[in-house]
Design a protein around this ligand. Structure first.
Ligand code: ADP
Ligand code: MG
Length: 448
C-alpha cells in the first residue's frame, strides 16, 4: 500500500506522458526510472544516468509540475539520484589508459571515415539532440561517461554519421588513441579471414588492445551464432577494461535476436534513440547539405522538398543531388514545378498503397500522437477529438465509400458527425498553415 502511495504522482505523470510520446521514447527515457521516495515536498527519483535527468527536465518540466510536488518557484521539486549500481558498472572514475605506441604501428590510418560525417555537419533538432550530446559526451571523455553507448534508429537517420563524428572528434584531440570503427559485416569478414589464416589470436589481441571500438549496424550479427560469441567476449573484455564501446543498430537491444547475455551487456550503458527529424530540422539539414555542395536552394523550395521527403535524411540528399543535376543539365532555375517533377520521378516506383480507414487512422495517429483506439473511441477531449475529425475529413476526401459506411468504421459514429467533422476541418485548413502541412504530410505518408 505504502509503495503504491509513494509512486502515485509519478505513476499519474507516466500515464499522462505515455499518451503523448512514442513507445520507443517511453522505453528509452521513462521506463528505467524508479521512485526512491516521495513526500509532500519532494520526489526522489533514481535515473540510470544524468542524461535522463537532463532530458526529462528539458522537455517535461511544465507537465511534471502538474503532477509532482513543486518548490516555491513553481518548478518540480525532484531530486534525481544517478543509479549507483549502473554507475559502478560504468567505472566512471577510472581514467582511460592510452597506449603510447606510435600511430604507424597501428591501424588508425586504415580507418575508413567519411570526412563529411563530423559533429559540425550534423544538424540538431528535437529528434536527435539527445543522441548527439551523448555522442559528444563519449567523444570528449571516452570510457568515462556512458559505456557502452547504444544508438538505435531507422535507416538514413544519421547513425553512421554520428559514429564517424565520434571518431573524428577523438582523433582530432588525440591521434594516439587506438580506435577502430567497423561495420558488423566487416568484423565478421575479418573474423572469417583470420580463422582461415589461423591468425585469430592476433586479431583478438588487436581488438582487445583498442581504446575505442565503434561498431556500426549490430543487427547484422543476428543469426550468426559463432560470431556472436566471439564478439560478445571481445566486447566484454573492452568494457571490463573501461574502454569505450559505441554500437549502432536499427532496433533497440531488446528487439534484437541476440543472446540474452549480449543484450544485457548492450543495455548496461546508455541506450539512445535517434528519431525522424521534424520539418524545420529537415529544412535545415537540406540547406546545410546544399551549401556543402555549393548549391543555393530558395527557402520555399527547401520546405517543399522537406514536406515531401520526410522519413529518411538520405533521401533528402538524393533529392538535392537529382535536382541539382537536372537543373544544371537543362539550364533551368530551381522552381516548385521542377521539384515536383523530380520528386515524382524519384518516388514513382513506390507502389501506391490502397487507402483504408484503418491506414488513415494509423497515419493520423502517428502524426498527432494519439492511439488508433482513441480515434475509434468516444473521448471528446480536444487532443483526441481533433485528430479524430482530421481522420474523418481524410476518410471522406480519400475513400470512395458511403458516409454511413465510413462513419461506422470510426467506432459506429453517425454520418452527420462525419460530415460535421469534414466541414470543420475543410474550413480550418483554409486559415491554418500548420494544419495544412500536417494534413499534407499525413496524406503523403499514406500514399507512399
Ligand atoms: P544511418 O546510418 O542511420 O542509416 P547515415 O548516418 O548514413 O544514416 O545518414 C544518411 C545521410 O543522412 C548521411 O549523408 C548523413 O550525413 C545524413 N544525415 C542524417 N542525419 C543528419 C543530420 N542530423 N544532419 C546532417 N546530416 C544528416
Ligand atoms: Mg548506417
Amino acid at each position: 500500500m505504502l509503495a503504491e502511495k509513494l509512486e502515485e504522482p509519478w505513476t499519474e505523470f507516466l500515464g499522462h506522458i505515455e499518451k503523448q510520446i512514442s513507445a520507443a521514447e517511453y522505453q528509452n527515457w521513462f521506463a528505467p526510472i524508479t521512485v526512491v521516495s516521495c513526500s509532500q515536498h519532494e520526489l526522489v527519483l533514481e535515473v540510470p544516468n544524468i542524461f535522463v535527468r537532463e532530458y526529462i527536465l528539458d522537455n517535461y518540466k511544465r507537465e511534471l509540475a502538474l503532477f509532482v510536488p513543486i518548490d516555491e518557484s513553481g518548478a518540480p521539486a525532484i531530486d534525481f539520484k544517478v543509479g549507483e549500481k549502473r554507475a559502478s558498472q560504468q567505472k566512471l572514475d577510472l581514467p582511460m589508459e592510452i597506449h603510447e605506441e606510435p600511430v604507424s604501428d597501428f591501424t588508425n590510418h586504415s580507418l575508413q571515415l567519411s570526412r563529411f560525417y563530423t559533429f559540425e555537419n550534423f544538424i540538431e533538432g528535437a529528434s536527435n539532440q539527445f543522441v548527439k550530446s551523448a555522442a559528444l559526451g563519449v567523444a570528449a571523455r571516452p570510457g568515462k561517461s556512458y559505456n557502452p553507448l547504444f544508438i538505435h534508429g531507422g535507416v538514413g537517420l544519421g547513425k553512421t554519421h554520428l559514429l564517424h563524428g565520434i571518431a573524428h572528434h577523438v582523433l582530432a584531440t588525440n591521434r594516439k588513441v587506438r580506435i577502430q570503427c567497423i561495420t558488423t559485416e566487416s568484423f565478421i569478414n575479418d573474423l572469417v579471414d583470420n580463422l582461415r589464416k589461423k591468425s585469430i589470436d592476433k586479431m583478438k589481441r588487436f581488438y582487445r588492445s583498442l581504446d575505442i571500438l565503434l561498431v556500426d549496424d549490430i543487427q547484422f550479427l543476428q543469426s550468426r551464432l559463432n560470431f556472436e560469441e566471439e564478439f560478445c567476449n571481445m566486447f566484454e573484455a573492452l568494457i571490463n577494461q573501461n574502454k569505450q564501446v559505441v554500437i549502432t543498430s536499427d532496433k533497440p537491444p531488446s528487439q534484437l535476436k541476440l543472446s540474452e547475455r549480449l543484450i544485457a551487456r548492450m543495455e548496461w550503458g546508455l541506450v539512445a534513440n535517434i528519431g525522424v527529424p521534424d520539418l524545420e530540422t529537415r529544412v535545415a539539414i537540406l540547406q546545410h547539405k546544399a551549401e556543402l555542395k555549393g548549391i543555393r536552394i530558395p527557402q520555399n523550395i527547401a520546405f517543399f522538398i522537406a514536406e515531401h521527403v520526410f522519413n529518411n535524411v538520405r533521401q533528402l540528399e538524393g533529392a538535392i543531388n537529382r535536382l541539382n543535376a537536372y537543373c544544371t543539365m537543362m539550364g533551368l532555375d530551381i522552381t516548385e514545378d521542377v521539384v515536383e517533377k523530380i520528386l515524382s520521378e524519384m518516388f514513382q516506383y513506390v507502389p501506391k498503397r490502397k487507402i483504408t480507414v484503418e491506414s488513415i487512422m494509423r497515419s493520423v495517429s502517428s502524426m498527432f500522437n494519439v492511439r488508433v483506439s482513441d480515434l475509434r473511441g468516444s473521448s471528446r477531449t480536444k487532443e483526441i477529438a481533433f485528430p479524430r475529425q482530421v481522420a474523418m475529413y481524410l476518410a471522406k476526401e480519400l475513400i470512395n465509400e458511403s458516409l454511413i459506411k465510413l462513419a461506422s468504421s470510426f467506432g459506429g459514429k453517425t454520418h452527420s458527425t462525419l460530415l460535421h467533422s469534414w466541414n470543420k476541418i475543410k474550413n480550418q485548413i483554409e486559415k491554418d498553415e500548420t494544419l495544412r502541412r500536417q494534413i499534407h504530410m499525413t496524406k503523403q505518408n499514406l500514399e507512399n
